[in-house]
Design a binder for this molecule. Structure first.
Ligand code: SF4
Length: 349
């Protein structure tokens, strides 16, 4: 494949031009020795729209397991035998405690996730009531909810309750979708994202890689999200949890993950690109490099897997010379940072 000038590609992206499929393939197949140049190009685009800010998002699994769907990657699906906690929607007190944790951790966005195909009327009422209370105490906190396939009137109810964004991931390409799920379709998912936009909610829809998809599927998804025009794109890397149908799959490398992040930045220049589940496991020591393409991360734990310590994330952002969105004066507000630095020094001795 012909060698590309990555900065010319960044220029194209900044000028609003769509990169070609051939160029997209070149990004995913960039030689590892040229990866820093590719990241530099992605950073030019990231810097134009997001500067050096990193948005922190705090995730809460508000209803876990017991899902009738068969998404093969998911530990909460009906076909999963993964050992996870299963519980119905948590109490308002627990939701408020999690929101406080989000604020204390400097998160700008609080993401509340319910397992399931889609919410019932009653679930929407429960969620809306909890959200109103959270917004009453933390008016600045952005609320995102993820409740599955959504009906138009439910989207409006959520917006009226103070919800800012709705997450519904497309996960993979239309062609590959039937390989990972048979109980709903790619089209079902697209319709929900379109309903979210129609209701005036901010759209959050992303991806999951490492499930056996081809480069073509990765590229198709990046273009689909551009076509829909989603505001934020979480990029998940598969954690093949024992007991799930995809258990044992581990086909990503840290370099491939970085190339995927660059691809999504160059195809979706103005969308928030968030490094999501699997960050620690798949990017490993290259995690900081991911922030040259992405401008957002989840902090704390994921839905059913552990994340790294929040202090380690804050330390990573500070060492990069980047800033936490909404907490630009980081030096004055670093809690627990000394403890992390001490842990590093102990390891180095
Ligand atoms: S619909 Fe959501 S919770 Fe249910 S199996 Fe699929 S990803 Fe998991």
């Amino acid at each position: 494949m012909e060698k590309l000038n990555w900065q010319l590609l960044a220029k194209k992206s900044l000028e609003g031009e769509i990169i070609s499929k051939e160029e997209a393939h070149s990004i995913l197949n960039c030689e590892d020795d040229s990866l820093l140049l590719l990241l530099d190009a992605a950073f030019s685009v990231r810097k134009k729209y997001f500067g050096k800010k990193v948005k922190l998002n705090f995730l809460m699994n508000a209803k876990s397991g017991l899902c009738p769907e068969d998404c093969s990657y998911c530990s909460q699906s009906k076909d999963s035998e993964a050992k996870i906690n299963k519980y119905p929607f948590l109490s308002e007190k627990e939701v408020l405690a999690a929101a406080k944790n989000a604020v204390d951790s400097k998160a700008k966005r609080f993401c509340m996730v319910n397992s399931g195909r889609g919410p019932t009327d009653r679930e929407i009422e429960e969620v809306a009531s909890a959200i109103k209370k959270v917004k009453n105490i933390y008016p600045e906190l952005e609320i995102c909810v993820c409740l599955g396939l959504l009906k138009e009137h439910h989207a409006e109810q959520l917006k009226n309750a103070g919800v800012h964004a709705y997450n519904h991931n497309l996960n993979t390409s239309e062609d590959f979708y039937s390989e990972i799920c048979s109980t709903h379709t790619f089209k079902d998912r697209v319709e929900t994202v379109e309903r979210v936009k129609h209701a005036g909610l901010s759209s959050c829809s992303g991806s999951l890689f490492g499930m056996g998809e081809k480069d073509e599927d990765i590229i198709e998804l990046a273009f689909s999200l551009r076509k829909i025009g989603v505001d934020s794109i979480p990029i998940n890397f598969l954690m093949a949890i024992p007991g799930t149908l995809l258990q044992g799959k581990n086909e990503l490398t840290p370099q491939k993950c970085l190339k995927i992040l660059c691809l999504f930045r160059l195809i979706n220049p103005q969308s928030e690109i968030r490094i999501a589940g699997g960050r620690e496991h798949h990017l490993r020591w290259l995690q900081p490099l991911g922030l040259y393409a992405a401008n957002s991360i989840f902090i704390g734990d994921y839905l059913t897997t552990k994340g790294q310590k929040i202090e380690a994330d804050i330390g990573m952002i500070r060492d990069l010379g980047f800033e936490i969105e909404g907490h630009e004066n980081l030096e004055n507000s670093l809690k627990g940072q000394n403890q992390v630095l001490e842990e590093f020094s102990v390891r180095l001795k």
